[in-house]
Design a protein around this ligand. Structure first.
Ligand code: NAP
Length: 248
């Protein structure tokens, strides 16, 4: 098991949903957790207070991770506060629901920027220090939609498929330096992202899940915790947390 005591972890989109559960899990293992958010400052601040009340260390860091310049500033701000980042979790994501023939340039661009470009910007910013230290862990939060198609979210599906390709490319480039790069792919998980589903949509999705239930954010975070600390002989892998969805 990797000891996270005093290690610096950056979680993009850590203010809500799956990201917040990952922040809680890593802080409980002793990591200093940089909770990134774009707009939900109150949620990020409240989460950091909760982690501190439980004896952990966490601080909110603002930044749109789909913007290269803001990622440079974000990573520099975390390093200035605590030192180089040892664990990167790119969790921030968003899904625009529209059929491709009705999808706007802005919806397509934002889907690619937050779900895929951000992973590259963040990894590029943290890898030099990890390579110098010959240690580090990167986890990208992908999706079942990174392995199987889903109608009505072409930008999201394309970005998550690309994210899995980026996982493998970075894993290959980084392995000789002792850095592990893996993806965790949630299926339907109970967060704001899926709160607007109609009862019919929800029932339809549940019908496709062999375990027949939605996941909790904590169930995804538990797998991320294991990939970060326990899965020390894995890199370039995709770990599905989807109740059996996308099992091939
Ligand atoms: P969520 O509840 O909607 O939370 C999204 C998080 O991402 C928020 O903290 C949000 O912060 C942040 N974020 C969005 N755009 C950002 C940006 N440009 N820069 C920085 N932060 C940004 O989503 P979730 O369900 O927890 O999803 C987390 C990850 O799991 C995503 O990558 C998603 O694709 C993946 N996933 C989710 C499900 C599911 O069913 N929920 C299924 C498969 C995969 P602000 O509020 O500050 O914008």
């Amino acid at each position: 098991m990797l000891d996270l005591t005093g290690q610096v972890a950056l979680v993009s989109g850590g203010s809500r949903g799956i990201g917040a559960a990952i922040c809680r899990a890593l802080a409980a293992r002793g990591a200093k957790v940089a909770v990134n958010y774009r707009s939900s400052e109150a949620a990020a601040t409240s989460l950091c207070r909760e982690i501190e009340a439980a004896g952990g260390v966490a601080q909110p860091f603002v930044g749109d991770v789909g913007d290269s310049a803001q990622v440079t500033q974000l990573v520099a701000a975390v390093a200035h506060t605590w030192g180089p980042i040892n664990v990167l979790v790119h969790n921030a994501g968003l899904q625009h629901s529209a059929m491709a023939h009705r999808m706007s340039d802005q919806q397509w661009r934002e889907s690619l920027a937050v779900n895929l470009d951000a992973a590259f910007y963040l990894a590029r910013a943290v890898l030099p220090a990890m390579r110098a230290a010959e240690a580090g862990v990167v986890v990208f939060i992908a999706s079942a939609s990174g392995s199987i198609a889903q109608a009505g979210a072409a930008g999201y599906v394309a970005a998550k498929h690309g994210l899995i390709g980026l996982t493998k490319a970075l894993a290959l480039e980084s392995a000789a330096k002792g850095i592990r790069v893996n993806a965790v792919s949630p299926g339907l998980t109970d967060t704001d992202m899926v709160a607007d589903l109609s009862p019919d949509q929800r029932a339809g999705l549940l019908g496709m899940i062999p375990l027949r239930r939605i996941a909790s954010p904590d169930e995804v975070a538990a797998t991320v915790d294991w990939v970060v600390r326990g899965a020390t002989y894995t890199t370039g892998n995709v770990f599905h947390v989807g109740g059996g969805v996308a099992m091939g």
